[in-house]
Write a protein that binds this ligand. Structure first.
Ligand code: BTN
Length: 326
């Protein structure tokens, strides 16, 4: 009910009478009064005026379950929201929850992580009060081979969510990162549990640098955050809701096709370094070529010097620009 009250107060931008709230939600005056008290404790500034009712007094940024739930206008992605002040890792929690029957669309969010995980066994530094750390649980019934494409769908959704929220020209650095002005602002870590051909679950972990500026020296040159890039405060809740909305739409298209065919133009339009020279860091040997965008299977098409086009599978390789990270 608290999320619904918040959504109503936000939409109305004016006083809403206690009586209307009671009638709408079928609860007593005392229940409404209690809910308002709890929302105030969470940090909301709610004015209560006799004979007029309640009003959300400021747009102070509160980040928590009710804020997220009250804004989440999706059918299933990001529902329910499980919010934690602190977790070891949202991916770890999501895996536990998925094993224990959490439904598809469940979103695990933490304000901070004490053991945030990055790709290739790296850690993902996750201080409190600054960034977005979340993991979405999926329980798809498609073939295991399609699972790697979900990362690309999430990448597209994050880029779209950042564009929508901040007006920044976010681009996708295939396959797992999102960059703004050539610097990494987001990383994606997908993990799954399978048995032969069957997928038990996929968890899509996303870390977005929103306000953090003090990056460790080894990534200081290649990382940035949204607030630095757009020069204003950015709402973590708004980003997350916009990402979920975009993900739900794109995932639906992907599921309908069973491939990325329907998302190809959009994806390649946001792909960093497209038609530019790239270095492919393959364990079997590094080579160069021109990035020609992805194919419907999510492989990166790289044109070699002799004109042949090589589809590069994400698993083992890294892609770099000729002069650096992008
Ligand atoms: C990368 O190495 O670029 C991927 C980083 C992924 C970080 C996110 S933060 C939320 C989720 N929980 C984790 O422990 N990792 C992912």
């Amino acid at each position: 009910m608290k999320a619904k009250i918040l959504a109503l107060l936000r939409e109305r931008e004016d006083y809403v009478s206690g009586q209307e709230l009671c009638q709408r939600f079928g609860v007593s005056r005392t229940a409404v009064w209690k809910a308002m008290g709890q929302l105030k404790k969470e940090g909301y500034q709610i004015e209560a005026v006799q004979n007029r009712g309640y009003r959300l007094a400021s747009n102070r940024q509160v980040y928590g379950r009710h804020e997220l739930e009250s804004r989440m206008d999706t059918a299933w992605a990001g529902k329910p929201v499980c919010f934690y002040e602190e977790l070891a890792s949202t991916n770890l929690q999501a895996k536990l929850d998925a094993e224990n029957g959490a439904r598809e669309g469940t979103l695990i969010v933490a304000d901070m992580q004490t053991a945030g995980r990055g790709r290739r066994g790296r850690s993902w530094s996750s201080p409190p009060g600054t960034n977005v750390y979340f993991t979405l649980i999926l329980k798809p019934d498609f073939r295991v081979e399609l699972a790697s494409m979900v990362t690309l769908v999430m990448g597209l959704a994050v880029a779209e969510g950042i564009r929508e929220t901040c007006g920044l020209e976010a681009r996708i650095k295939w396959p797992n990162d999102i960059v703004v002005n050539g610097k990494k602002v987001c990383g994606i870590l997908a993990e799954m549990s399978t048995e032969r051909d069957f997928i038990h679950y996929v968890v899509m972990g996303v870390g977005i640098n929103v306000a953090r500026q003090d990056f460790p020296p080894e990534i200081a040159q290649t990382a940035s955050c949204l607030e630095q890039e757009c020069g204003r405060a950015v709402s973590r809740a708004e980003i997350m809701v916009n990402v979920m909305k975009a993900f739900e739409t794109y995932y639906g298209i992907f599921r309908g096709d069973g491939s990325l065919a329907g998302l190809l133009d959009r994806y390649n339009g946001m792909l960093a370094g497209k038609d530019g020279e790239v270095r492919i860091l393959d364990p079997k040997g590094e080579y160069r070529g021109i990035s020609r965008g992805i194919n419907p299977a999510g492989e990166l098409l790289v044109e070699r010097e002799d004109g042949t086009v090589e589809p590069v599978y994400a698993g083992e390789v890294s892609v770099r620009g000729i002069y650096g990270y992008v």
